[in-house]
Design a protein around this ligand. Structure first.
Ligand SMILES: [Zn+2]
Length: 286
């Protein structure tokens, strides 16, 4: 699944290539791709037709295209392998093309939703007064959002009887921090993933948030990264970027700070990578 930086790269591509264009028609080539649009593919297309696409928005890993003239938005579910491509109208169809959106202009490009594994899709939703599709109204702001409230996040951390990595992946507290970026930020902060959050001080929370933002910005600067080679950004370039990671995926390799072998532990059906020397196991587990 693409993480925040990859989704932001796609959002920027859509902003450049799709924003402001009026939908001429929508072709749904596979019903699964619109299964989250309860009224079905025909209704989905009919509701888009004639409407102008507004400025593409993102919160955490969620991406949506607001319709400029009404309180609704197309939410993109990229799933494991979903891609949004802007292609010349005469480009041959991709093998796994699911939805085609044509525009009412002379740019001769169209928006395509391509998905090999059909976990993803597009759906139209009413937006909240804040401009979010209603189905994701509960998702917290992400740490790159200028309105993210650091102090409120710190207070929430202290109130919750949880551990730090669980908190970082809790979309109701902070959105857009996936497993990879959580492990990287924790390594930089020298924090073990099971450290209870109740004892966090303000400076500790501030340092951690700083590292979270750094790893996300660095990935964004690198053009987004993904470990799924199927993932392609909106211009059709591969989003895959062989980036240097300090913790994630480095089991048995030396910690870049102290040389100790990085360890991997099963964690909530995933893995946690950490340096056993720099990131000490907390004495009291919560
Ligand atoms: Zn170390």
């Amino acid at each position: 699944m693409p993480e925040l930086p990859e989704v932001e790269v796609v959002r920027r591509g859509l902003e450049r290539w799709v924003s402001g264009r009026i939908v001429a028609d929508v072709q749904v080539l596979h019903p699964r791709a619109v299964r989250r649009h309860i009224a079905g593919g025909e209704d989905f297309g009919a509701r888009l037709k004639g409407h102008r696409i507004g400025l593409p928005q993102r919160r955490g890993k969620y991406l949506w295209l607001p319709l400029a003239d009404q309180p609704s938005a197309v939410l993109a579910h990229l799933g494991m392998s979903g891609q949004l491509l802007v292609q010349p109208e005469d480009a041959p169809d991709e093998k796994h093309l699911r939805i085609r959106v044509r525009f009412d202009d002379t740019l001769n490009t169209e928006l395509r939703f391509v998905d090999q594994r059909t976990f993803g899709g597009l759906s139209l939703h009413t937006t909240t007064p804040e401009g979010l599709p209603d189905v994701i109204a509960h998702i917290a702001r992400d740490p790159l959002d200028p309105q993210f409230d650091d102090a409120a996040f710190h207070e929430a951390l202290r109130r919750r009887r949880t551990t730090i990595k669980r908190a970082l992946l809790d979309q109701s507290l902070i959105s857009g921090v996936g497993n990879i970026y959580a492990d990287e930020a924790l390594w930089r902060s020298r924090l073990h993933y099971e450290r209870p959050t109740t004892g966090f001080t303000r400076p500790r929370t501030a340092e951690l948030l700083g590292h979270v933002r750094d790893v996300l910005y660095e990935a964004l600067t690198a053009g987004g990264t993904s470990f799924d080679s199927l993932y392609v950004n909106v211009n059709g370039e591969s989003g895959y970027f062989d980036r240097s990671l300090d913790a994630y995926g480095r089991e048995g390799e030396p910690c870049r700070r102290c040389g100790t072998a990085i360890r991997r532990r099963p964690w909530m059906n995933r893995s946690s990578y950490f340096c056993p020397r720099c990131q000490r196991v907390p004495r009291v587990a919560s």
